[in-house]
Design a binder for this molecule. Structure first.
Ligand code: NAD
Ligand code: MG
Length: 397
């Protein structure tokens, strides 16, 4: 049976890797709908190759551009807007949804996929961080299957017992060992970080990824988001998770058991491995990834995190401990800070300090419904912009 897949964020790094895996298995998967924000040229290429039923652009003018790039007899229906993106995620004929939109924008369509009982392949960690309890409830109530695609969480999933139902004690689990490459500035001092450029920050030593997650990896906010992501996915607390810097990015994470065993998943730093795992689970399919050569790697190094120089992980622990709307606020402030850094409006060290400033001024509210999350997200963005504006003015004076 061929399974229909909607790829949210198909023109991005994860989206392209997903289409690469799907393209290797036409007998198993079909790209049902592809969605993107504004890159019409890339989308046109993907439409011609994969012939989805729908191609949706967030931006209406990009949809017009896309339509003009497609031949008149192209069977793909071109749509536009955020509502249409959520509709193709929840479409009755869809079996699986790859959630690979970057940032908070992915929340609504990913939630729509969960509520309608799809297999959700979750790359968009920000959606889970913002709305963890709401999202996990939607997965349960909608009868969805949630498969983590983030390489660490995919590794943890693979290293957990197949019957794991959210209780460490029942399975003799002591700890999750969440690995981190340390990013491009591992070992640097706060002083050295002051003058780093966006180009330096997005040049990750091991992984090729979108700009936002690359900056998050450099600040270690990516690990902070992943810590919260793991707490929601595996129903545990930050104290159950130890972050281990492992610069080779070959061990993608581990689970430690009470009998002294540690089970790890190893692989190339290539997202097609977790993507293929999520698509085929519980089976395995070829992902187009070259075999791991342990002699080529030769050694594994492990270090602790320098929390003083990279405060993002501490912020994430605090956000999760406070709970309610605080993780959403942390995430939104970080998105604004990363954008400002990429536009060279602020320095690298200002990213975590701006996030901390916004978190300090937030009074958390209980999340009852999606609107509570969206309001907190909106509030944090406005607050972050306001602080940015006043600090830019101060510098100007
Ligand atoms: P990317 O920037 O390369 O791609 C983002 C995609 O989302 C693009 O297709 C873009 O058009 C679309 N998009 C952006 N803004 C949108 C909006 N407002 N509405 C609708 N669509 C929008 O990002 P990426 O690196 O592929 O990351 C995607 C997600 O996967 C992120 O949440 C990231 O944290 C997560 N992730 C990525 C990697 C990786 O290796 N790239 C690894 C683990 C997790
Ligand atoms: Mg990751």
């Amino acid at each position: 049976m061929i399974r229909n897949v909607t790829v949210l964020g198909s023109t991005g790094s994860i989206g392209c890797s997903t289409l690469d895996v799907i393209g290797r298995h036409p007998d198993r998967y079909r790209a049902f709908a592809l969605t993107a924000a504004s890159s019409a040229t890339k989308m046109a290429e993907q439409v011609l190759q994969h012939q989805p039923l729908y191609a949706v652009m967030l931006n209406p003018s990009a949809a017009v551009e896309l339509q003009a790039l497609l031949p008149a007899d192209c069977p793909t229906t071109v749509l536009s807007g955020a509502d249409a993106i959520a509709e193709v995620a929840a479409h009755v004929d869809v079996d699986m949804v790859m959630a690979a939109i970057v940032g908070a924008a992915g929340l609504i369509p990913t939630l729509a996929a969960a509520r309608t009982g799809k297999r959700v392949l979750l790359a968009n960690k920000e959606a889970l961080v913002m709305a963890g309890p709401l999202f996990m409830a939607a997965v349960r109530d909608g009868g969805a299957e949630l498969l983590p695609i983030d390489s660490e969480h995919n590794a943890i999933f693979q290293s957990m017992p197949a019957s794991y139902q959210g209780d460490f004690g029942q399975h003799g689990i002591r700890k999750i060992l969440l690995t981190a490459s340390g990013g491009p500035f591992r070992g640097w001092t706060a002083e050295q970080l002051q003058d780093v450029t966006p180009a330096q920050a997005v040049a990750h030593p091991n992984w090729s990824m979108g700009q936002k997650i690359s900056v998050d990896s450099a600040t270690l906010m990516n690990k902070g988001l992943e810590l919260i992501e793991a707490c929601f996915l595996f129903n545990c607390q930050p104290d159950d998770i130890q972050v281990v810097v492992h610069r080779q990015s070959v061990i993608h994470s581990m689970v430690q058991y009470c009998d002294g065993s540690v089970i790890a998943q190893l692989g190339q730093p290539d997202m097609r491995t977790p993507i293929a795992y999520g698509l085929a689970w519980p089976q395995r399919i070829d992902a187009g990834v070259k075999n791991l050569d342990l002699f080529e790697i030769a050694r594994f190094d492990f270090e602790t995190v320098d929390d003083a120089t990279f405060p993002a992980l501490t912020l994430a622990r605090r956000a999760f401990a406070v709970g309610d709307t605080m993780p959403a606020v942390m995430n939104a402030a970080n998105e604004i800070a990363v954008e400002a850094f990429l536009q060279e409006q602020i320095g690298f060290n200002r990213i975590p300090s701006l996030v901390a400033q916004v978190m300090d001024s937030h009074t958390p509210r209980v999340i009852h419904q999606l609107d509570d999350v969206l309001e907190a997200d909106d509030w944090a963005r406005q607050q972050a912009r306001q602080y940015l504006h006043s600090s830019v003015n101060e510098v100007g004076l």
